[in-house]
Ligand binder design. Structure first.
Ligand SMILES: [Zn+2]
Length: 192
């Protein structure tokens, strides 16, 4: 269970500093649900929240972050990580979903946002379907103050799963729109 940090822990010389949280895991692990949970709690507390996701992820709806259980929250699709700095303005909390699809520039952007007093919550796949670290996620995890790895249940044996196994053929790292083509699997069943 993730306990949200206290703002008071993030004061430097009276100036409020932000921080970075990463929520990572395989497909079907509830990453986006956890991101939405944290963002909704901030909204209830009247904090200003902005949410971004890569324009590449158009699985369900162009303007909504939608998790697989269909609890959703409005988001802005963007082409490049640099747009986040331009669009986040005076908000308190910046949410970023599907961060594995962003360019490496997102690492510097996340640092800038946190340095400027924002709470940055980033969700993404930590590994691709071949079990390799995915895009900028390793670097984002390195610079984050807080990391939460959430898990799915292995669809073969029922163990704790942290891999996204692709059932369909094809070697491209990004294959969107076909959640049917994937299974969450544990280490043993992933390598069957
Ligand atoms: Zn298994």
């Amino acid at each position: 269970m993730f306990i949200e940090p206290y703002h008071n822990q993030h004061q430097q010389n009276g100036k409020k500093t932000g921080w970075i949280e990463v929520v990572c895991g395989s497909m079907f692990s509830g990453k986006t649900e956890e991101l939405i949970r944290r963002l909704n709690r901030a909204k209830i507390a009247k904090q200003k929240v902005e949410i971004f996701k890569p324009a590449i992820d158009i699985r369900y709806h162009h303007e909504d972050i939608v998790s697989h259980n269909s609890s959703s929250i409005r988001s802005t699709p963007i082409q490049s990580s640099h747009e986040i700095l331009l669009l986040s303005g005076d908000c308190d909390v910046v949410g970023i979903d599907e961060a594995q699809f962003f360019d490496e520039g997102i690492v510097e952007i996340a640092n800038s946002l946190a340095f400027n007093g924002k709470r940055v919550i980033i969700a993404g796949l930590d590994m691709d379907f071949q079990g390799n670290p995915f895009g900028p996620m390793p670097a984002l995890m390195a610079i984050a103050e807080y990391i939460t790895k959430v898990h799915a249940v292995c669809m073969v044996c029922g163990d704790v799963a942290n891999y996204s196994y692709r059932k369909a053929a094809g070697k491209e790292q990004v294959m969107l729109g076909e959640t049917d083509s994937y299974e969450a699997r544990c280490r043993k069943c992933f390598h069957l």
